[in-house]
Design a protein. Sequence first.
Length: 121
Amino acid sequence: MTDEKLESMIGNILRIGVLTAAIIVSVSGVFYVIQHHADPVPYGTFEIENPDLRTLKGILHASIRLNSEAMIQLGLVLLIATPVARVALAAIGFYLERDRLYFGVSIIVLSILVFSLTHST
């Protein structure tokens, strides 16, 4: 694998991920506004999101049912996952190029990203 090919693949991953996330969030946002345009807004109380939308499993199950709030969350999860996929692809590319230093750095960065995403409060 050449550096140019790796850079091209990483660029494509970033472009596709961001565009897909933007489309999902935009379309879901339009559906949300259509569904909830007449709902009263209780400014006196703070309402937190649906507890089912706090986990990836809950987001996926609700998105399958075409819940617009869950689909917005899914788009945001995809947006967050895009740079993580970029680091993973870079690690694979460095491994294939037999570049131990950059492979090690990429694995450390990927580990930190995955840990921070899975162990948040």
